[in-house]
Design a protein around this ligand. Sequence first.
Ligand code: FAD
Length: 298
Amino acid sequence: MATVDADGFAGDVVGAVAHQQGHQVAEFFHLAVAAGRQFIGLGGADRGIAGRAELQGIKTRAVRMDDNFVINGSKTFISNGQHSDLVIVVARTSDAPGSKGTSLILVEADRPGFRRGRNLDKLGHLSSDTSELFFDDVTVPVSNLLGAEGTGFASLMGELPQERLTLAVSLMASAQKAFDITWDYVNSRRAFGKTIMDFQDTRYKLADLKAELSVGWAFVDQCLEKHDRHALTSADAPIAKLWCTEMRGRLVDSCLQFFGGYGFMREYEICRLYADARVQRIYGGTSEIMRELISRSF
Ligand SMILES: Cc1cc2nc3c(=O)[nH]c(=O)nc-3n(C[C@H](O)[C@H](O)[C@H](O)COP(=O)(O)OP(=O)(O)OC[C@H]3O[C@@H](n4cnc5c(N)ncnc54)[C@H](O)[C@@H]3O)c2cc1C
């Protein structure tokens, strides 16, 4: 699945949308992507106009002409944009207000008019590319429409709780990883004739972090169990995503400190975990948007 999107979240949505639509993308997804031969990108965020925080503001247009759609617009921050063989584009197909006019359309990367822009220079998550994509009169057959016309926003929204839960699981896993490698390090590194672990400050700080991890795992497990029963509330997944994101940020920052100067060196995994943590507060729904969603459940 990492071949879909090393960032995880878009891959999760792509997979879920493919499954949901029962379209030819499902076959493509299961055969080619799962075999690690092909990549799919999710082009949601319009360039300079709207991120996924504001999907309703999508400006990229797909105009129906006979049996085709002609797509014009651009996307930015698209995970796997440089490698995608197939892009699921969120486009406006009518002037219906807000979310009602958006549709999901498959675009094969070898269509004339499709162009990849820059591979954006990022702070972290260097294992996947994040790119700009351009669509200049890209013509695709109407059969490339995923689901019914005008249901694009609803399709994506329907998958968001699962996406956020998937993110919460990976956030917990990476926080646990940071804790575990820190544990190993403080038990082997010595200063002033003792291991770093021998300092009371280290033990107490790690005790705090272990408590945070335990609470996080328990809540995520509870959410997964509710998700299985289709009993998640509208606030559960945003709470999981928000809390795990913020906890991971705090935890990895504290862990890096125990590594001293080595913590600042990219050759150390803790450094990379620190850099990768920052974006979690931004993608898959920013922390501010998670707070907004939670507040609506009051
Ligand atoms: C590495 C990376 C990979 C990405 N991959 C993809 C991808 O594959 N596909 C895709 O479609 N998108 C992708 N994105 C886009 C990502 O989802 C957006 O960057 C994110 O949703 C934020 O949107 P924005 O950048 O437009 O920020 P903006 O919407 O401009 O937000 C700027 C700030 O304002 C705050 N804000 C905005 N609206 C509100 C509000 N209503 N209330 C309170 N605060 C608000 C935000 O929280 C943020 O702090 C990726 C982004 C990154 C960084």
